[in-house]
Design a protein around this ligand. Sequence first.
Ligand SMILES: Cc1ncc(COP(=O)(O)O)c(C=O)c1O
Length: 372
Amino acid sequence: MTVRSLPDFPWDSLAPYKERASSVSGGIVDLSVGTPVDPTPAVVQEALRGAADAPGYPLTYGTAPLREAVAGWFARRRGVPDLDPDGVMPTIGSKELVAWLPTLLGLGQGDVVGFPGIAYPTYDVGARLAGATPQVVDGLAALGPLTTATTPKLLWLNSPSNPTGQVLGIEHLAKVVAWARAHGVVVASDECYAELDWREGATEPTTPSILDPRVTGGSTEGLLAVYSLSKQSNLAGYRAAFVAGDVSLVRRLLEVRKHAGMIVPWPVQQALTVALGDDAHVAEQKARYAARRAQLRTAVEAFGLRVDHSDAGLYLWATRGEDAWATVDALSRRGILAAPGTFYGKAGREHVRIALTATDERIAAAAERLRA
Ligand SMILES: Cc1ncc(COP(=O)(O)O)c(C=O)c1O
């Protein structure tokens, strides 16, 4: 297998701005990464501790109660009433699945993997690791006339989006699914911010899933939903996520993962099961982020930035119509570190991504500095 060259890891280029922000009186407010800072819920910690005795190998497929808990969560929270637990498998966080899915599906040289133009960089990385061809797909019309060689084998969606916070509606998702089925394309939908929906008057429990029957017509054929508990449950350190959907696709992934030893540890499987059954801690965490978001958004706008999309998820996608690095620079002078939109694709060159993942105290400090 030839591994295509990986993209540069760009975070080092933020170092001078980090240094400047750190030198501001009161210290840095680092809003450049989306890593949770609030405690892992007690109920989840207890489940992990209670499963500390684990002498044997766990199932790669996940325990039956875990797979049933995922199906129950889809029914309760995502408007997906009849998900088959056979089409569920835990993953070691979702980043590894995003990075390895093209390889696990057997894709390689000459195969196209599509993903949004402004996106989490790991979709591109996954295509490269497989030796496949990464390709930005922003709208199906943009693909033009398709040949067997140019039709993607795998198409990534990410809703709500990191970094933009854009949410794809039922109609949009249904069109993509119909198109994908007509062309034999597997659709993988990364939905890890689904619970963090800020749209006023949104009537659904969460943002729409690719597995919603109004999207799928009642069949999961060719579809995978990827979900992580890192954000909703403050357990990025556990590496707890899952993939769900088409049973035959999940079995294909399972086959390779069994051979490769890609197994979620037993205590994490137990913690994941408990976390998926408890909606209270998710609501509590969402309320924390809602308060931080409201405070930060007003302050960011007072500073002169326009917030685009940002309808859901953990980020404000903001611009003042200048080069992203100029905005990063201006924010660093107030002691705030943000990520330039260029980290997420060329189309992000005039935006910055500002994360909501800091303590109440740090968010309040940022808001005060932005208004000063
Ligand atoms: C869009 C998206 N997908 C996947 C992940 C990975 O999450 P994890 O590996 O913690 O499950 C992230 C993390 O920031 C993300 O933003």
